[in-house]
Every structure is written in structure tokens, then in C-alpha cells.
Ligand binder design. Structure first.
Ligand code: PRX
Length: 574
């Protein structure tokens, strides 16, 4: 057990929305959460209505919903404006026959148009497919193809990465940009928006109807489409209330991109379901710009990731003094293990505890968290959300006692649990192989006080800067390079990014190892797949360790890298 466990930082805010944790757990009931939504009375369900239109109906249409800024734009949208714009986009979609259940993707950098599009798609009952702007050809095609997407919203700059001739089901591309030449299937986004009425019928759906399809990586196979339904809004709303601790008048900033689940569940749904002002900052990370964003918008609640906090820590304390961060009330983190050192630094420099939260694309929303009203143990992910039962179980489903490491598992079901993996029932069932439990793939232990401590992944999934990368996807791209005979990819521990991608490569006959070739291979992945999936380190090897059935043994590569014993080699080829 970790010796860190003794350190406790006392509760920050007893007056938070959750109140006393134990009491909240004892009194919890999902039906009380349902009562917050208009559909509890009307029976008519649509997340976009609850996130936007409901606030307008309640007389809050003039409140600021979105504060957007990047290098070239600085814009504010009220809930009433978002309502009108998303209605317009819903009408644009409808005029093309797009309706309930259709998959419609958004592939663009953060912009107001992205947020409006997501809401419009949801309003017609279609399923949103977010794509990270750094995705290149192969990554984009795999996702559009697997999902059978019928439409895509993108920008002129990103359009060349969409291989339309290889995607027969993709009928429409709504193109955001100036001076667009309409061509077959290419629609001028701004022009259509201008002509579309600002009133629209909302498509009322069933709570179990599709909302969003997030592609994410596993250790084998192509990325999988994790499918969430409207019912997830219960948990988006509730965690927004008790974990983000959102209150009337809050200005919330989630730094994640909507290409990833944090950027939708908490960059769109949770803040707007709670009626908060949502800050969106485009562009790249830079410590000064980030502090400026907090200062300028008077951000009160800030949700970011360990890599970002480590980089901010690396930028030092002095830069912090140049900004007024006094608006901050609550700070949170997600995506990778949050180092105790970073938590201590946050207390010292920001005067705030950084509250770690644990969850996954598959879980749809936060599950294990630190709450403002609860003492915090630096290094621990915290305790299960009220209404959620988490446990450490062995491979047979036996619940293990405190202090024992095992599978981090969650009792099924919960409101925001994924409902399927698109086109892949066997993959879906793997998560639920032990009856009554969802098996996360993470290992952890629980201490005597009920706090959970992350230990690692069971599989080979890589977590670099909080972004989840499947080694198989990277390896598949690597072997497409003419010089590469075989490739094995692992996560190598890194002090800033958590892990970096390292590739071991054996070359084809006729190629000689060189630094130049390494750079060229890395660029090949960057340009074909995506920048975040490109290996930062490459090592050439004569031969890679393989099982007798020809599978590359990443476990052995990792042991080489870390100078550890390679373990059981009974299945190795020679
Ligand atoms: O290994 C865990 C790690 O990120 C994985 C989920 O990645 P993704 O689906 O991309 O979702 C990220 C944001 C929800 C988990 O299986 N992870 C997530 N949060 C934490 C974490 N590892 C340690 N501590 C966390 N708080």
C-alpha cells in the first residue's frame, strides 16, 4: 500500500452542493435527479432541449451560455442565441432529410459553429460523432466508415482529409468557411444557416435513444464506437452539480477538446444542463494564455488534466503572479493519474485543492471523485459518486478487501453507461464478462477509508497527455511505411506527459537505420493518422519478440525499455 496514504488535505468547502458525503450517499435516489428535468412532467425527452431551451423557457434566455475566444475571435452567446442557432442548424439538417438515429459527425477545431452543430444534431434526434481536429485521413475514414455516417460538418482546411470517394454513405458535407463553391454533396454552412428559420420542432426521443458516438482505443483492433444515449443526461447534470459544484452564475472552463469525451460530457452537456456559462478557448496550450483566459472570463470552476497542470507547474510560480486568478473557486482534473506533488503545488500556488476525478469514455460521466466537502488524499481518485457502487474484484468477480489490488469494477447499470459498441457486440460483452459488473480495465485498490487509488491498466492502452491511444492503430500505420517490416508500440513513462509513444521497429531488407529515417517514419504516422498518435521515440531492432502465432509481445518490449525481467516467455517464438 502506498505510503502517501497518510497525507490528508482537509475539506475545502463544507457549503458545496453535495454537502456531507456520507449523508448524500445514504439519501441518494436517481429519481430525485430526474425531477430536475422538464421531461419528468412532460414525458418529452431531448438533451439539447434540457441544456438550452429549458433555460430560455424559464426566463434565463439572456444569460451568457458560451464565451468563445481564440486568436481571431472573441464572442459571447446567450442561451436564447444558442437556442435560435441550434434550431437553424436543426432545420438545415432536416431540409436534407437527416433524422432520428442518423450519424452526423463534426470534424473541426473548437469554434461556436461546432457547439451549435452538436446541439442542432441532437435536436433532430440524430447521433453526434465528434472527431478530433488532429485526425488525418486514415483515422477520419475508419470512424466515418464504421459508423455509417450520412453527414459531416467540417471546415475547408480539414476537408482534404475526408476521402469522400471511399465513403459511399456520406451524403452531405456542411462546410464552414468563406466563399464556398457548392458542389455535389458540399453545402455552404453559413449560407444555409442564414436562410433557415430560427424556430424548430424538437425531435422528442426515448431516454434510451442514441445521443453520441465517441470512438476510443483499446489494445487490439481498430477504434471502437462507444454509444451513449439521452438518459446519460441524468449523470451529466448530477455530476455537474455535485462534482463540478456548479451554482447559479458560475463561469466554467473545461480545457478538453470535444473530440474526446471530457470535451462533450463536461465541455458541453454538464455545464449547460446546469445553466452555467461555458468558456471555450481555441488554439494551443500556453501558460500565459491559459491564465489570461481565467482572468478575462472570471472563471470560477476549472476542469483540466494532469499533463496541463504539470506543464503549468513547469512554467513556474512567477507567471501565476502576473494574473488575477481570484475568481477561481473550484479546480478539478481528469484523464491520467494526478501526482500528489501537483496537488500540493496547486494548494500552494493557486490556493486551491485540485480535485481528481476518474471515469472513461465508456462510463460517459464521472464515477469516482473528490468532492469539495470531503477531505482529499493527494494521489487518490476519491470515492464513488452517490448512486454508484465501485469495488475492487478479482478475475472471478470476488470482491477484494481494502488494500488489495485488483480490477476496478462498477456495479451495472448507471445512467451514463455506454449502451453498445457500434458494430461490435463481442467487444461490448467483454466489459461485462462478470455478471453484475463493468470491468474498467484499470487496476486499483481501495483503502480502509474507502478512497480509491489508481495502479495501472491491465491492457496495453497508452495514455499520453491524457489522450488514449491504441498501440494496434499506431502499429498498423507504421507497417504501411515501405521501410517498416514489423512494429511494436508501447507507452514509455514520461515525467510531463505521463507516457509517450515509443515504437520498436524492424526494417525491411535494403533499409539502413538512421535518425533521418526515424523522423520520416514518425512524420508518416503524424500525417496519416494523427499528431498525437505519432511515436516520439523510435528504436530499430534486428528482430521483435513474437509469440509462436506471430503476435508481437509488447510486454517484452516494455520490459526491455524499463530494464525489468520479461516474465513468462514460454510462448515466445525463439
Ligand atoms: O486508465 C484510466 C485513465 O484514462 C482511461 C480512460 O481514458 P478515456 O476513455 O480517454 O477517458 C479519459 C477521460 C474520462 C482510464 O481507463 N484515467 C482517467 N481518469 C483517471 C485515469 N487514470 C488515473 N486517474 C484518473 N483520474
Amino acid at each position: 500500500m502506498s505510503q502517501l496514504q497518510g497525507e490528508i488535505i482537509s475539506a475545502g468547502a463544507p457549503s458545496s452542493n453535495l454537502g456531507n458525503y456520507e449523508e448524500a450517499v445514504a439519501n441518494f435516489n436517481w429519481e430525485d435527479v430526474e425531477k430536475q428535468f422538464s421531461w419528468y412532467e412532460t414525458g418529452r425527452v431531448n438533451l439539447a432541449y434540457e441544456a438550452v431551451d429549458r433555460h430560455v423557457a424559464a426566463g434565463k434566455g439572456g444569460q451568457v451560455a458560451l464565451r468563445f475566444s481564440d486568436a481571431s475571435r472573441d464572442e459571447t452567446y446567450t442561451f436564447a442565441e444558442l437556442q435560435a442557432l441550434s434550431n437553424q442548424f436543426a432545420n438545415v439538417l432536416r431540409s436534407r432529410g437527416i433524422s432520428k438515429g442518423d450519424r452526423v459527425f463534426v470534424f473541426m477545431p473548437r469554434s461556436p459553429e461546432l457547439y451549435v452543430s452538436v446541439l442542432g444534431i441532437i435536436k433532430v434526434g440524430a447521433v453526434v460523432g465528434p472527431l478530433f481536429e488532429a485526425f488525418m485521413e486514415t483515422a477520419v475514414k475508419d470512424r466515418l466508415e464504421d459508423s455509417g455516417a450520412v453527414a459531416l460538418v467540417t471546415t475547408e482546411a480539414l476537408l482534404p482529409r475526408v476521402k469522400r470517394d471511399e465513403l459511399p454513405l456520406l451524403k452531405y458535407v456542411f462546410l464552414v468557411g468563406e466563399n464556398i463553391e457548392p458542389a455535389d454533396g458540399i453545402i455552404d454552412y453559413y449560407k444555409e444557416m442564414e436562410l433557415a428559420p430560427a424556430e424548430a420542432e424538437i425531435e422528442w426521443v426515448n431516454r434510451e435513444d442514441g445521443l453520441i458516438l465517441h470512438y476510443t482505443s483499446g489494445s487490439t483492433g481498430k477504434p471502437k464506437g462507444v454509444y451513449h444515449v439521452h438518459n446519460a443526461m441524468l449523470q451529466h447534470y448530477y455530476t455537474g452539480k455535485v462534482v463540478l459544484d456548479l451554482k447559479e452564475g458560475d463561469v466554467f472552463w473545461c480545457t478538453a477538446d470535444p473530440g474526446w469525451v471530457t470535451g462533450t460530457s463536461y465541455g458541453i452537456f454538464a455545464p449547460w444542463l446546469n445553466g452555467a456559462t461555458n468558456v471555450v478557448r481555441g488554439g494551443r496550450f500556453s501558460p500565459g494564455d491559459w491564465y489570461e483566459t481565467i482572468q478575462q472570463n472570471k472563471v470560477t470552476v476549472w476542469y483540466s488534466a494532469p499533463t496541463a497542470f504539470r506543464m503549468l507547474m513547469g512554467a513556474g510560480e512567477d507567471i501565476v503572479k502576473g494574473y488575477d486568478l481570484s475568481s477561481l473557486r473550484h479546480v478539478l482534473s481528469v484523464g491520467e493519474p494526478l501526482n500528489p506533488e501537483v496537488v500540493r503545488w496547486g494548494c500552494k500556488v493557486y490556493g486551491h485543492r485540485i480535485h481528481d476525478t476518474w471515469w472513461m469514455t465508456e462510463t460517459g460521466a464521472q464515477l469516482i471523485c473528490n468532492y469539495p466537502s470531503m477531505p482529499l488524499k493527494p494521489g487518490s481518485m476519491g470515492k464513488p459518486l452517490p448512486g454508484i457502487q465501485a469495488a475492487i474484484i478479482d478475475d472471478n468477480g470476488k470482491v477484494l478487501p481494502p488494500g488489495r489490488m485488483g480490477n476496478l469494477a462498477i456495479r451495472t447499470p448507471w445512467p451514463s453507461m455506454m449502451r453498445l459498441i457500434w458494430n461490435n457486440a463481442p467487444k461490448f460483452e467483454e466489459y461485462f464478462r462478470i455478471p453484475g459488473w463493468y470491468i474498467s480495465g484499470d487496476t486499483a485498490y481501495m483503502d480502509e477509508d474507502g478512497y480509491f487509488w489508481f495502479q495501472g491498466r491491465i491492457d496495453d492502452v497508452i495514455n499520453s497527455s491524457g489522450e488514449r491511444i491504441g498501440p494496434f492503430e499506431v502499429e498498423s500505420k507504421l507497417v504501411e511505411h515501405p521501410a517498416v517490416a514489423e512494429a511494436g508500440v508501447i507507452g514509455k513513462p514520461d515525467p510531463t506527459r505521463g507516457e509517450i509513444i515509443k515504437a520498436f521497429i524492424s526494417l525491411r531488407e535494403g533499409y539502413t537505420p538512421s535518425e533521418q529515417l526515424k523522423a520520416e517514419i514518425a512524420r508518416f504516422v503524424k500525417e496519416g493518422l494523427s499528431a498525437h498518435a505519432a511515436p516520439r521515440e523510435i528504436e530499430f531492432k534486428e528482430k521483435l519478440p513474437k509469440t509462436r502465432s506471430g503476435k508481437i509481445m509488447r510486454r517484452v518490449l516494455k520490459a526491455w525499455e524499463l530494464n525489468l525481467p520479461a516474465g513468462d516467455l514460454s510462448t515466445i517464438e525463439d
